[in-house]
Design a protein around this ligand. Sequence first.
Ligand code: SAM
Ligand code: SF4
Length: 458
Amino acid sequence: MSFINIHQIQSALAQPSPDPGPVRDALARARTLQGLEPEQAALLSRVTDPQLLGELFAAARAVKETIYGKRLVLFAPLYISNRCQNECLYCGFRSANADMHRMSLSQEQIADEVRCLTAAGHKRLLLVAGEHAGPDSLSYILDAIATIYECREADREIRRVNVNIAPLETDEFRQLAASRIGTYQLFQETYHPQTYARMHPAGPKADYLRRLMTMHRAMQAGINDVGIGALFGLHDWRFELLALLQHARELEKTFGAGPHTISVPRLEPASGSALATHPPAAVSDDDFLKLIAILRLAVPYTGIILSTRETPEVRRAAFALGVSQISAGSRTTPGGYGHGDDENSGQFSLGDHRSLDEVIRDIAHLGYIPSFCTACYRLGRTGRDFMDLARPGAIKSHCDPNALATFQEYLDRFASEETRRTGRALIAQHLLALDSSVRSIARGLLERIAAGETDVYC
Ligand code: SAM
Ligand code: SF4
């Protein structure tokens, strides 16, 4: 049985534009970091008045600033296989796309890719693959995760592997949990059942309910950090937003912790997919920023992930409103870091082609601290334990020092001269803005980095 209450969403969306009073009540509640009731999120999604929209964005900025400060966590996707038995109409990897040059990387090729990424300074990867039985089955994925963690030399290592792979059964999720993954991510694509059926005509992914219940199986199997998402552009964005929030509430109710992250990919052109070039429910930049702002208000402690799919301009606006994690320097072709992206083997076109160093410099110019922190997951601060620390604000005394230390480590060992200069000035400035107790923790970690230590965290 689906826990998505379609009737409730549709009747909430059918209401007229809201009056200022209830909108301001919702914003006042969200500013106290208590999140939003479902009706309030629905109400905010219908706001069109420019004055009220300005107040909505201001509230989202305030919540973002209070909980996340200026930190932005960085990661890179690692595509290991583009073989797929599904027929998602929007994806270049879909099985009927005969022009796709199919490949699954060998463990040696995966290690080559990891070396490219660690040489650039990456510490966090998102492993991505199509859905394929046989050689791309779970054991291939588990081997790949082991390869990534084993591929370490001197100061170059991946410290957290998140995965975005097809749904598994509960006993398979137990094996995945044992492989030391960080977050297990899976996007419902669209929560609207009829649209889902049209978009997924063949393959195991055609089963809407099996996909919807995936995070229940993952959490039952002991995966504490899960990441949900919707692919924006397939159906009305407001419907997807409210359904995402129902999903988050359902996980919170059942497991005592909601999703660790919510991803907000927007449909991008993909080779061999007419649908991806002409999204059936395209989301404008303005609406996209509005949905990010409402998510930030509704689930203040849940990370929001924005991918390379977005242009630098949209990403900049989105950081201020709520995004807390971004990908940088990405390739969507298996083998793409070593050999470059290739239209006939990549998943979709990227909106941002800059290197990690360029993205970091840009972020630093905007006053954000790029973070490669992996401390919570390695110290077991996951799921409910993470939320118990995050809600009273206690996590901040860990996040700020860890972000600064990992940023300093990047600057000293991987950055270009120009990025290093910009970054060091930013760290000095940021230290001054911290509370004195947090500042002294941060100084302690920075001194250890300056003395030549790596991977320091609290
Ligand atoms: N195959 C697995 C699955 O579908 O869940 C995991 C990997 S799949 C490559 C990761 C995500 O890519 C999908 O969940 C979908 O949201 C996204 N995606 C597919 N085609 C896309 C496109 N044209 N533009 C943007 N994102 C796309
Ligand atoms: Fe396969 Fe995932 Fe692409 Fe669908 S979205 S075709 S399941 S890789």
